[in-house]
Design a protein around this ligand. Structure first.
Ligand code: FPP
Length: 254
């Protein structure tokens, strides 16, 4: 059962256990170079590879990447179809590398609008990496935090119809068991590249106590050094989870 940061004080260490990233700035990276936006996404795949490697080497256990939001369908049709092709290619080409690195891949989000071939590749990749445990890589695709809370509520009520008559029996822990990443701890460190400072409907429930790191660096330029810088910044944060500083350092009565 997942620990809830609003109820329990999780054990934390200098290295984040779970890193969640919004990979923003691909389009602007490309425009600066007079390239089509899609070239930025293609370049962004290399940064995904680097992030997986760096997290694995640094001892991060969970890496969650926001690859396609529920709102990204609003983009031009050719950009959406290029992104879908990139997912297909990445799944076809990268799974053997993930195997070598001991990476378990999962995809979360509403996958029903994706074409059957992509859905099939996702299932295959999830199954073939299911025994790996070195790094848990999650790709959020057609994902939205509000969608996640809604789907969790629907599934929970279907499993516990008695709750409708006894809503007082519903608690945070029960609902969070139905979120699409219920098996993972909440993110310790959230990173957004590309200069914007917002969460954009990413893991909105799970980010309640996460440290938020924003950088102007565009995602295609975000490499090992930039990721390590974010880890260094994280290691300086004092995570209080509602306690006082004195409590955190053990110099006050609890
Ligand atoms: C945001 O940049 C990025 C995306 C919507 C897509 C992210 C996709 C990738 C990095 C490639 C594929 C990933 C995998 C996991 C295979 P943006 O287009 O919003 O950039 P902008 O803000 O500069 O326009």
């Amino acid at each position: 059962m997942a620990i809830s940061s609003t109820k329990d004080v999780p054990n934390t260490s200098a290295t984040p256990e779970h890193v969640a990233i919004i990979m923003d700035g691909n389009g602007r990276w490309a425009s600066q170079r007079f390239l089509p936006r899609t070239a930025g996404h293609a370049k962004g795949v290399q940064s995904v590879r680097r992030a997986v490697e760096t997290c694995g080497n640094a001892g991060v256990r969970y890496l969650t990447l926001f690859a396609f939001s529920s709102e990204n369908w609003r983009r031009p049709a050719d950009e959406v179809s290029l992104l879908m092709r990139l997912f297909v290619q990445a799944l076809e080409r990268e799974v053997s590398r993930l195997q070598e690195q001991g990476v378990r891949l999962r995809v979360v989000g509403d996958l029903s609008p994706f074409e059957p071939k992509l859905q099939e590749l996702i299932l295959q990749a999830q199954e073939s990496t299911a025994q790996n445990d070195a790094l848990h890589l999650t790709i959020a695709a057609n994902y939205g935090g509000r969608w996640d809370i809604l789907q969790a509520t629907r599934r929970m009520l279907a499993a516990h119809p008695e709750l409708a008559a006894h809503p007082d029996q519903l608690d945070e822990q029960l609902l969070s068991n139905y979120l699409s990443m219920a098996w993972a701890p909440e993110p310790d460190l959230f990173i957004r590249t590309g200069g914007e400072q917002r969460i954009s409907n990413f893991l909105i429930w799970q980010l309640a106590y996460t440290e938020l790191f924003f950088t102007d660096c565009y995602w295609p330029d975000f490499g090992e050094a930039e990721l390590r810088q974010a880890f260094d910044w994280y290691s300086t944060r004092e995570r209080r989870f509602g306690r006082t500083s004195a409590q955190v350092y053990g110099s006050a009565k609890t």
